[in-house]
Design a binder for this molecule. Sequence first.
Ligand code: HEC
Length: 155
Amino acid sequence: MSDRLVIILLILAAIGLPTRVAANEVAIAPAIEPTGLPPLGAVWREANPYRGNPLAIEIGHTAFNQACARCHGADASTHAAPAPDLRNLNRYCRRIAAPELNAACMRDNDAYFAKTVRQGKVIVGVTHMPPWEGVLKQELAWAILSFIESRVGGK
Ligand code: HEC
């Protein structure tokens, strides 16, 4: 197969992905500030420092609805949204009962969340999700993850 044909096939595959929302979407920062949460500085954490923190869940709820809901569904609660249901993110970890393995799984999950949010999902030039680096504060990103996890099992 020629290189050009391979490239054309890759582009077609990317455009055809069912989860695609719209090409060249841009990230718009939420209006809410992470007031009251411990500040995290410029260097991204590897794991969620706010897991289970009620204030983080509350702030994350608002931030999610302002920044993520238009693609992932209001309140992280709908299956009809065009982008994946983020409550499923840690579904594999939830099946692991052994505490140490579960914690390791959650650490991987946190790292995947942070990487995905910062880099977005840009696949062969098509923006499935815009990158949030420089737009979304780290504090708000972890607050959003804390909120999403609080929604697991909800409608
Ligand atoms: C413009 C629409 C859009 C917005 C806004 C958006 N996303 Fe996404 N997101 C997507 C799409 C589409 C995917 C699936 C991309 C793919 O797999 O190709 C995705 C995937 C993800 C994933 C990976 C899911 C998985 O199962 O692998 C995470 C995590 C994520 N988004 C978090 C967020 C967060 C947090 C926000 C808000 C700050 C957000 N997204 C805002 C469209 C969006």
